[in-house]
Design a binder for this molecule. Structure first.
Ligand SMILES: [Zn+2]
Length: 254
């Protein structure tokens, strides 16, 4: 812990010396005497803004930013800024103010407001994640950032979320069962409810549609499929053969 705190101080100091963005202001932590300050860590592909009291998490995240942005950019082959700004709010109040109450329990949310696009991480949900889980989360949210300009606000969620997961898991060597443990072959339609108690399953089903499409269209075909349909408010379901998807799941995890 001491080592990480020292590392954080050094990184912030070096960032300051380089003349890059450093913002410091007191961050009140209720019930704690420890004085926390806001710190911005900068790497070549983005920034991580957090309370210095969350320095350990911020260090883990910033250490993954460059490789995550590169990983997403390599797969997407589209024109985008190829950078990401990550925010780790220091309190639930700040978290809700940024993402809204409906999304406050999610581990990460990609937002766009007057300050531009940012990825907001829920520190309580994110801190216990393994490096692999954190990497998947970052790549998922960075995919939303990268594809925002070509995605309609009313694009179907199974397409938007399934594609973000597909990019996130791409090349990590996980099986479908490992990446989608709740998934069963018992599917009758594309998932539509991403907010209720079936949220986890909906994400995993959406991901599995992309894996199925990859098995028929190839890797490039999935990216093309997403680009062709993301700007639309509906996807012609003739483009997704649900019976074929079910048969694929039966053969892979049945
Ligand atoms: Zn998402």
């Amino acid at each position: 812990m001491k080592h990480l705190r020292t590392l954080l101080a050094i990184t912030v100091a070096m960032t300051f010396l380089l003349g890059l963005t450093v913002a410091l202001r007191p961050v009140a932590v209720p019930g704690e005497d420890v004085r926390c300050e806001q710190a911005v860590l900068t790497v070549s592909s983005g920034t991580v803004t957090s309370s210095s009291c969350d320095g350990e998490l911020a260090q883990r995240v910033v250490g993954m930013v460059d490789e995550s942005v590169r990983g997403v950019a390599d797969i997407l082959d589209i024109s985008w800024a190829e950078r990401v700004d990550v925010v780790v709010p220091s309190s639930d109040l700040e978290l809700v103010a940024l993402v809204g109450p409906a999304f406050a329990d999610m581990a990460g949310v990609a937002i766009r407001d007057e300050s531009g696009q940012r990825v907001v991480l829920n520190r309580a949900r994110t801190a216990p994640l393994s490096d692999l889980e954190l990497r998947v989360l970052l790549r998922h949210e960075i995919t939303h950032v990268a594809t925002r300009d070509l995605t309609s606000d009313s694009a179907p969620l199974w397409l938007v979320e399934g594609f973000a997961d597909w990019v996130a898991f791409h090349g990590l060597g996980l099986s479908l069962r490992q990446a989608a443990p709740a998934l069963t072959p018992d599917v009758a339609a594309v998932p539509t409810d991403f907010g209720g108690p079936g949220r986890e399953l909906a994400y995993q089903q959406a991901y599995s549609i992309m894996v199925y499409l990859e098995s028929t269209l190839g890797e490039r075909g999935v990216v093309d499929f997403f680009r062709r349909h993301a700007s639309m408010s509906a996807v012609d379901l003739g483009d997704v053969d649900v019976a074929g998807w079910r048969a694929f799941l039966e053969s892979r995890i049945g």
